[in-house]
Write a protein of this length. Structure first.
Lengths: 174, 279
């Protein structure tokens, strides 16, 4: 088990290999289907995004509302493959990496290698466990999308597995 | 004629929804513990262990076991000797769902199919009604997540393809889904009927629960053969590789046309949540 602080250094990225179990601590931003569509449309129109893509780690997730007194509701990953069409462009624009669940396309894998970044798989269905790792949650964009908005999460010891590493390997390849 | 106020149905839907959001079914929990035990050391065993801790935590803290608290699937078998009084049945069901998703702090995941604007309260529920014998109302409640729903398929097989063709279709569906539906999965399979009835049967088959088998020998044989071949695929928990890719294959059947063999495979992730009640 490797304990990592986000953002990762290029040395740390090079030392990660598909299949490695990790625990992440730092800031991640949620974004899923509707938020990605909106980010793409804003970028195409040349509009300024309400948050910085460069260096950001996107978590493909849409949380439950938080119960009173808790930082976050249940918040496990959603299926990453639905974001296949968006991820390469964002990686080329400087995205730090992604966290989701399940395999992504070859184009995403190539973009990970090209930009020397990492795609982490969180454990799908472990929503309650992930809520415990979230120390703060704040909607920073697209609040009208409700759970599909962009939430800035501070996470501690967030368990994940390296799915695509910067060397081109994938945990899903048999 | 027995009179039943739909407010009683609403309150029961609320109770079932509140429980289903935070608890896996007992059969599913047992299968997950067994899977965690059976798997060899590695990422899949690590994930299965975390998932078992997750459903224990969710149940004790009364928080959603998965953030995808699903679309509310409600199956009602209404005895023909029951008179339903009070507000319209669909309104009662939706009011029960709406209250549970607010009070349970569940995610509201229902939206317009084209504009994608969220309805804000997780309604409408998917409501199936059936007229049955007697003077009771039987409710089956199942919140259905869509990471797995998206991986479901319908096959219009040729009659000559028979049981082997059905097994092939089930295995192909799980193989194509790969890591995406949160394996280990549960397969609900509807065999026969028409294009529409086989999909409903597949959903019904999911509701039959983990750890059950068909009472018909040749159908049971399809279930067992499909499960064995699926678990030989090596996809494993979360697609991390391993022995357990499916927890169960549940098949239900109905008579069909001489020219056809419809087969629907409804995929459910390892978060099997459901409840039943008879009023």
């Amino acid at each position: 088990m490797k304990k990592l602080k986000l953002p990762l250094t290029s040395k740390e990225i090079k030392e990660l290999h598909a299949g490695d179990s990790v625990e992440l601590t730092g800031v991640i931003l949620t974004a899923r289907d509707c938020a990605h569509k909106r980010i793409k449309e804003m970028r195409e129109k040349g509009e300024t995004l309400p948050f910085d893509i460069a260096g950001a780690y996107i978590y493909y997730a849409g949380p439950c509302p938080a119960k009173p007194g808790r930082a976050s509701g249940s918040c496990g990953p959603t299926t990453s493959a639905r974001m296949d069409a968006f991820a390469p462009d964002l990686l080329d624009a400087g995205l730090g990496g992604m966290i989701g669940k399940g395999e992504m396309s070859d184009k995403v894998r190539e973009a990970i290698v090209r930009n020397q970044k990492v795609y982490f798989a969180a454990i799908g269905g472990a929503g309650a466990l992930y809520a415990e790792c979230i120390k703060s949650s704040r909607c920073i964009a697209f609040a009208d999308l409700l759970s599909e908005g962009v939430y800035r999460l501070e996470v501690e010891n967030f368990p994940a597995v390296v799915a695509f590493d910067c060397h081109g390997a994938s945990i899903y390849e048999k | 004629m027995r009179t039943l106020d739909t407010k009683i149905i609403e309150d029961e839907i609320y109770r079932l929804a509140m429980d289903a959001g935070v608890c896996l079914t007992d059969g599913c929990k047992r299968a997950m513990y067994a899977a965690a035990e059976a798997e060899d050391e590695g990422a899949a065993k690590f994930a299965l262990g975390a998932l078992c801790r997750n459903f224990e935590l969710a149940e004790s803290e009364r928080v959603p076991v998965c953030q995808d608290t699903g679309m509310a699937i409600v199956m009602l078998e209404i005895g023909q000797e029951v008179y339903l009084s009070g507000k319209p049945l669909a309104a009662a069901v939706n009011d029960g769902v709406r209250r549970a998703y607010a009070d349970g702090y569940f995610r509201k995941s229902v939206c317009d199919p084209l504009t994608r604007v969220n309805t804000g309260d997780n309604t409408p529920a998917v409501i199936h009604t059936e007229i049955a014998e007697g003077d009771r109302v039987r409710i089956t409640y199942m919140p259905k997540g869509f990471g797995s729903e998206n991986m479901s398929r319908v096959y219009m097989l040729k009659p000559a393809q028979g049981a082997d063709g059905i097994v092939d279709a089930i295995v192909e569906t799980v193989k194509l889904a790969g890591s995406r539906p949160c394996p280990p999965v549960i397969c609900g399979v509807g065999i026969g009927g028409s294009f529409d009835t086989c999909t409903f049967l597949a959903k019904r088959a999911l509701a039959r629960g983990v750890g059950t088998e068909s009472d018909r020998a040749d159908v049971r044989d399809i279930e067992r053969r499909a499960l064995e071949r699926i678990n030989a695929l090596g996809i494993g928990c979360q697609g991390f590789g391993g022995k357990v890719t499916a927890l169960t294959v549940n098949c239900m059947w109905a008579p069909t046309h001489i020219a056809g063999l419809p087969v629907a495979i409804n995929i459910q992730c390892h978060c099997m949540r459901a409840g039943e009640s008879t009023l």
